[in-house]
Design a protein around this ligand. Structure first.
Ligand code: NOJ
Length: 794
């Protein structure tokens, strides 16, 4: 996008100050629900035949059983010595019953399995090896929700690229990422795997990840196939309970949940994964409308669709299929090409074809798509291309990868509160720090959930180590665990209410008090108290939903005890979801959200606490005050009685849309995040009060770093259409720019809006604009904006 276009206005601005040349990320750049996808043509180096001819010939040779075998995705296991498959699985590969395998990595191990496929089956068709490489393979980057908080698309692309580089050197050629589920309910544990509540941000980040994983060409030896998941609506699991049903209006489906998937498709994502969810009465895994009519026919997706884990079988429990055979029929005819783990296709497809309930043409189409990906990966040219031991040694956990993980972790951190500039800690003014909390010297949780092949033992750097590496001997660090960050009482998998009294931590009340006393003791002896609290990483991720958002265990008791000492009190939170931080917000001096920061996380936290890095993260998801406000998201509708609209004549305040016992507003809004410096925004200027159907509009704001530290700011642009054939959200993110400012520096930040940025699914479900009045808002958070008005003309 070009800046400083030739208007006299811009020329004036240019003379006035420096014009920014960073590319803003705009709505219309990442979201285009009308375009068609074409797979890029690759150079199939070692084959003299074209891909189509090669696959035509191969399909001719394949028996029905061999074809069905290609549709089967099996899982290896992970044991203490690493991943493995048992002899029965090896035999399945030998029998030609496996098209792909996952949870089975390692160059040597992969080579063994590939050798069976290539040398011991009739046709020697290589298998695809996949893994959940979600936020790193062995060098673990911050949990996805943390990466999202960086709003830094280039850093996120790089993180995915490094993950692909490591994974592809370790026998992996396919990842089950990006997760592009839009999320509005922090009780759902998988918000940690998501990138938050906004469709533009989710689309932009998911596209950056697809580009990072797949690069220009998936046949290169450092790229892997990506998977757009979980298609679609899974993030709307009712009540935030994992695997629960979803009920999404057609309008919300199209204007919210589908958008990131369309954006990934346009970016060339090679595979899609179906969600576990029942969507409006039809589970997605058997949803012909979504998988065939939308994904293939309307959008033109050319890759293959894999189901989620045993999701085909689960059609029976959903009450959609009468038995597993029926489930296989519905899922396969519904458009799901590859069956993950359930083996229903293996068992029933042949019979279903014989009974003419499934057509051979449908089978050939699915097999062709899978073979095409094998071709595009370069597996027919060289099936062992991902199985080179030497490459693993050179590419995994390198210094550069660890430095990138440290950089990304620093970028992911969000400074939620900083009363009286408590942070960064001024080490010249203190002699000692009390470092307290179950996550302060903890490697296990540091890398979060879905941490690829990441090590939870020796590898991760803890906060204690990070601080000590910087502080040297001038400042003493005293450490105490202080509390437990897991549930104190068993609550999951209860077979009877009796189970509720089982302490999960195995600690007695006396043990817990002893830990708090130790923490109080070292806190009393120290000048500053840093608490590193949060959730056990197992409390988010798959099958890890909560009904509370509070800090678990006895951490609240610990915080209150430490507050009573009246020392500067700093809270670092590590968790995979927005927590209820009401008490901390009122009682703690500074709060830094560090999510699960990854292998280098402790170093990154230390860099931020001690001011070696100035935090610039912004929340990708609203932090409610209380779980009772959930779902709470910034881009909501206004209602007929919005709070603040009280008019004693006909709508007294108590009859507006509000709670009796809480404010409506969040504790921390979407887009919120502080810095160690401060940014001042000038009144924004619009190039015109009218936008014509073919025209464009610029919004310019001067942003000045008024502090004395270098810092980055994410400048956010929102719009609101006042009237629509479908009511419009009160705010929608339309663009953002992350820019660095030297102390005292002013930049003119300019956004260009075109009608394409204002398009939406109208009442007739067509995508386009409606003329009318708009507010345009610019600022440093969704609740810190300045507003101007313009009209979109006919
Ligand atoms: C189930 C999860 O829902 C999905 O995200 C993951 O990719 C598969 N299991 C494979 O591990």
């Amino acid at each position: 996008m070009n800046f400083c276009i030739k208007t006299s206005y811009c020329a004036l601005v240019f003379l006035f100050s420096q014009c920014i040349h960073a590319n803003p990320t705009m709505f219309s750049d990442v979201i285009n629900p009308n375009s068609n996808q074409e797979l890029s043509q690759n150079d199939w180096r070692n084959s003299s035949l074209s891909m189509d001819k090669f696959i035509d010939d191969l399909l001719e040779k394949m028996t029905l059983d061999e074809k069905i075998g290609q549709l089967d995705l099996q899982s290896g296991y992970r044991g203490v010595t690493g991943p493995f498959v048992n002899a029965a699985y090896e035999q399945q590969i030998r029998n030609g019953n496996v098209g792909a395998i996952f949870n089975a990595y390692g160059a040597e191990f992969g080579k063994r399995l590939q050798t069976i496929a290539v040398e011991q089956t009739r046709l020697g068709i290589p298998i695809i090896m996949g893994h959940d490489v979600i936020h790193g393979h062995k060098t673990i980057f911050p949990q996805s929700i943390g990466e999202a908080a960086s709003w830094d698309l280039e850093a996120i692309r790089l993180s995915a690229k490094i993950a692909a580089k490591e994974a592809s050197a370790d026998g992996i050629m396919w990842t089950f990422a990006p997760v592009a589920d839009i999320v509005r309910d922090p009780r759902w544990g998988r918000v940690s795997e998501s990138v938050g509540e906004d469709p533009l941000l989710t689309s932009a980040i998911s596209v950056a990840r697809v580009k990072g994983f797949q690069g220009e060409d998936i046949s290169l030896d450092d790229t892997i196939m990506a998977t757009a998941k979980h298609f679609v609506g899974y993030g709307a699991s009712q009540a935030g309970r994992d695997y629960n049903s979803t009920d999404i209006s057609e309008h919300s489906l199209w204007s919210l949940y589908l958008l990131p998937f369309k954006a990934m498709l346009d970016a060339g994502v090679t595979t899609f994964m179906t969600g576990f969810n029942d969507l409006n009465g039809t589970p997605v895994t058997g949803n012909r409308y979504l998988l065939e009519d939308v994904l293939r026919d309307k959008w033109g997706f050319k890759g293959f669709v894999v189901t989620d884990y045993t999701a085909v079988k689960e059609l029976v429990a959903h009450g959609y299929a009468k038995d597993e055979k029926h489930a296989a029929q519905l899922a396969f005819n519904g458009g799901a090409d590859m069956d993950m783990v359930g083996q229903t296709y293996l068992k029933y497809l042949k019979l279903l074809i014989e009974e003419r309930k499934v057509s051979e043409a449908r089978l050939n189409g699915a097999v062709r798509r899978i073979l095409e990906m094998k071709w595009r990966l370069g597996l027919f040219a060289d099936p062992y291309r991902y199985h080179d031991d030497k490459r693993a040694a050179q590419r995994i956990l390198t210094k550069e990868n660890l430095a990138a993980a440290n950089d990304m972790a620093r970028r992911s951190m969000v400074l939620l509160k900083n009363h009286n500039q408590t942070l960064p800690i001024d080490t010249k003014k203190i002699n000692s720090i009390a470092l307290i909390g179950p996550l302060a010297d903890n490697r296990y949780d540091m890398i979060g959930n879905w941490a690829g092949a990441g090590d939870r033992g020796a590898q991760p750097v803890t906060v204690k180590e990070g601080l000590e590496s910087i502080l040297g001997e001038d400042v003493t660090t005293r450490y105490a665990k202080g509390a437990t960050h897991s549930y104190l009482l068993s609550h999951t998998g209860m077979s009877s209410l009796m189970d509720i009294d089982v302490p999960v931590s195995g600690q007695t009340v006396q043990d817990l008090q002893t830990e708090i006393d130790e923490a109080l003791k070292i806190a009393k002896e120290s000048d500053v108290v840093v608490m590193v609290l949060g959730e056990d990483q197992r409390m988010s991720g798959e099958a890890s939903s909560r009904t509370e958002l509070s800090l678990p265990g006895n951490q609240q008791v610990l915080m209150e005890a430490l507050r009573s000492l009246n020392k500067p009190l700093i809270l670092v939170v590590m968790s995979g979801r927005p927590n209820d931080l009401r008490w901390a917000d009122s009682n703690v001096d500074a709060i830094l959200h560090a999510w699960y920061p990854g292998t280098m996380g402790g170093q990154a936290v230390a860099d931020v606490l001690l001011g070696k890095y100035n935090p610039a993260g912004k929340l990708p998801m609203t932090f409610p005050r209380t779980v009772g406000q959930v779902p709470l998201f910034y881009n909501h509708k206004n209602t007929g009685r919005p709070i603040g609209s009280a008019n004693p004549a006909h709508t007294p305040a108590e009859y507006t849309s509000r709670y009796d016992d809480s404010l409506n507003s969040p504790l921390y809004a979407f887009g919120h995040g502080l810095s160690y410096t401060q940014f001042e925004y000038s009144p924004p200027i619009l190039s015109s009060e009218k936008l014509t159907p073919k025209g464009e509009l610029t919004i310019t704001v001067q942003v000045t770093n008024i502090g004395d530290r270098k810092g980055e700011e994410v400048i956010q642009l929102y719009t609101h259409q006042k009237v629509g054939s479908i009511t419009r959200p009160i705010k929608e993110l339309k663009g953002f720019q992350k820019l660095e400012f030297a102390p005292g520096e002013t930049k003119n930040v300019k956004f260009t809006l075109t009608p394409a940025d204002l398009a939406f699914f109208r009442a007739d479900m067509t995508w386009g604009t409606e003329p009318g009045e708009f507010d345009v808002m610019v600022g440093g958070a969704s609740n810190q904006v300045q507003t101007l008005a313009f009209t979109l003309t006919d």
